[in-house]
Design a protein. Structure first.
Lengths: 289, 285
């Protein structure tokens, strides 16, 4: 019995360590490539430690106009997109959390939730964005996903758990709904605000497909879409001549690795916070009356 | 307060739903959505005469069902393994590492994978050759491509998937374990008779909810990894919709395929939510 338990523990620890390493390995591999010289990389000699250490890939990347433009598009997208998402989430979740006050509450909830269950599809959505004249503007990346329904549900469930008495006291003192939301509900909802905020950030930073279909010109691509065009060896059929040219110019593996790694920096930077709120947010979202 | 949200959702969700009527029209850009002429079910009939269509549907079902099964089993096993760890520092470190891939986009994972799996010089094939095998073209062979999709999907999502099961395990009453130990039950018997039954409601719930994903084989992943060489095994409904629409410019046919997928998925999701509500008392709001 005693021996069995020890074996179990050892096997368990070894397997879990291997899984952890497997999840980290690709990132380390990428990092090593980005700091290595071109020759050892193409010979496949780099594993997780750089060979012929050089910063040239990063120097090349930081001077590349396309990379910098794409980064600035992404930053703008994150700023606009996150603030719009958070504002709308709160503005929708607050009234929907008022069971007895809002008329047709269930109707409104279904109005929003139905869009999670059914969609018009890729082309009809594209046509709407196109007809509104949003192609090649930042708004094409921000407005179609401006209302994140899942976050609304998460926040709505959280708001329901806040005692009504607080709000009623504020109303007595002459506060309106708007100040009740921003001065009572918002400060009390920090965990759920942090969770939804971080998820919104990651979603906006990582999204690339909308950038690909809603922009005709590469100069409007956000970073993740731009990175997607770098690895088109596989998908030459999906590309324009302009994209193929860019691909040929930057087809240095270490330069590519450097660009990918730089794009990961914001994610890695917020990751510790993400992880802290992860479980909390999921548990909160699951709390029902 | 609701107004801005209602308007935006109307424009970007409900107008496209109405726009999906071009699935029943012969779409001419010059005439627009409303003035193009009706053709009834013609676009659907056309799609289902294409030789590719059945293959695409089959690929979708094959890849998604493998993902659903592995997406259930692997996180359950890992959650149980993590729960057996007594050293908290070790447990937290492993958790930190395995959640990470979930937050990387498929573009990034895709380009790392393309390098790592390359038959000439990719690290995975170097290992295979060193062990005496011959290189495998993971992303270019129809035998290996679906397998590569499923494994890379496990890699990305298994850690994140454990969260909900770990939460379920924490909810199990610890006195049950004490009683079992007093009765002489070892590690495995405790897992089998207490941990697993304790997780069962959540397992059933997750299983039922994953039913809604039967037609989702993972668009972004397939899109970044596939190539014409593996269309036979790797082309799925969403990528098919994309190429019909944006490469072949057949807006009406593409919308028809998309609408077919949306409609079937809608029914599946409704059934799964109904089952979840009926048997697990689950409500989303």
């Amino acid at each position: 019995m005693k021996l069995g338990r020890r074996t179990f523990d050892i096997v368990n620890y070894v397997l879990l360590s291997l899984m952890g390493v497997a999840c980290l390995f690709p990132v380390l591999h990428l990092l090593a490539i980005s700091f290595s010289g071109a020759a050892p990389v193409s010979a496949g000699e780099v594993v997780i430690w750089p060979k012929d250490f050089t910063l040239s890939a990063y120097r090349f990347t930081l001077q590349k106009a396309e990379f910098l433009t794409a980064t600035s598009v992404s930053v703008l997208r994150v700023i606009l997109g996150c603030s719009l998402n958070m504002l709308l989430t709160m503005l929708i979740a607050y009234p929907l959390s008022k069971e007895s006050v809002l008329r047709f509450r269930t109707g409104y909830v279904w109005y929003f939730v139905f869009t999670m269950l059914f969609s018009g599809g890729m082309i009809p959505t594209y046509l709407v964005v196109k007809d509104l004249g949003l192609l090649d503007t930042i708004w094409a990346l921000v407005l179609p996903g401006a209302v994140p329904i899942f976050n609304v549900v998460l926040m709505l469930n959280f708001f329901r758990g806040i005692p009504k008495e607080l709000e009623e006291a504020a109303f007595m003192d002459g506060a309106g709904y708007v100040s009740a939301l921003f001065r009572i509900y918002a400060p009390l909802s920090l965990p759920v605000l942090a969770t939804t905020g971080l998820f919104t950030f990651v979603t906006h930073w990582n999204s690339w497909f909308d950038g690909l279909i809603y922009n005709n010109s590469m100069s409007h691509y956000p970073l993740s879409t731009y990175l997607q065009t770098l690895q088109v060896t596989l998908n030459l059929n999906n590309l324009t001549a302009e994209q193929v040219m860019t691909f040929i110019q930057v087809n240095q593996q270490n330069a590519k690795a450097a660009q990918i790694f730089l794009s990961l920096v914001p994610i890695i930077a917020v990751y510790p916070f993400l992880q802290r709120y992860l479980v909390q947010g999921m548990v909160i979202g699951g709390v029902k009356e | 307060m609701l107004l801005p949200g209602v308007v935006l959702v109307f424009i970007f969700a409900y107008v496209p739903m109405a726009g999906a009527i071009i699935a029943f029209k012969k779409f001419r850009p010059s005439k627009g959505i409303w003035n193009s002429e009706w053709v009834g079910w013609e676009n659907f009939r056309y799609v289902f005469t294409l030789p590719d269509t059945m293959q695409v549907i089959w690929n979708t079902l094959y890849i998604s069902s493998m993902k659903i099964v592995t997406g259930l089993v692997v996180p359950i096993v890992v959650a149980i393994m993590l729960n057996e760890v007594r050293k908290l520092v070790f447990k937290r470190t492993v958790q930190t590492l395995v959640y990470l891939p979930h937050f990387l986009s498929w573009v990034i994972i895709g380009s790392i994978l393309v390098d790592m799996l390359s038959p000439s010089g990719g690290i995975v094939n170097k290992i295979i050759v060193a062990l005496g095998g011959s290189p495998i073209y993971f992303l270019g062979s129809n035998t290996w491509f679906p397998f590569t999709l499923v494994v890379s999907n496990i890699w990305k999502e298994f850690g994140y998937g454990t969260i909900v099961y770990l939460a379920a395990i924490t909810a199990i009453n610890p006195t049950l374990y004490e009683a079992a130990r007093v009765d002489g039950a070892g590690r495995f018997r405790q897992i089998w008779h207490i941990t697993l039954p304790g997780m069962l409601p959540v397992i059933v719930l997750m299983g039922v909810l994953s039913l809604g994903n039967v037609l989702n084989a993972g668009f972004e992943q397939v899109f970044v990894l596939y190539s014409p060489a593996v269309y036979d095994s790797g082309d799925v409904l969403d990528t098919f919709v994309y190429r019909l629409g944006f490469i072949d410019m057949q807006y009406d046919v593409s919308t028809a395929v998309g609408l077919f997928k949306s409609a079937v998925s809608f029914v599946l999701i409704c059934v799964s939510y109904w089952l979840a509500y009926r048997y697990a008392n689950y409500r989303i709001f």
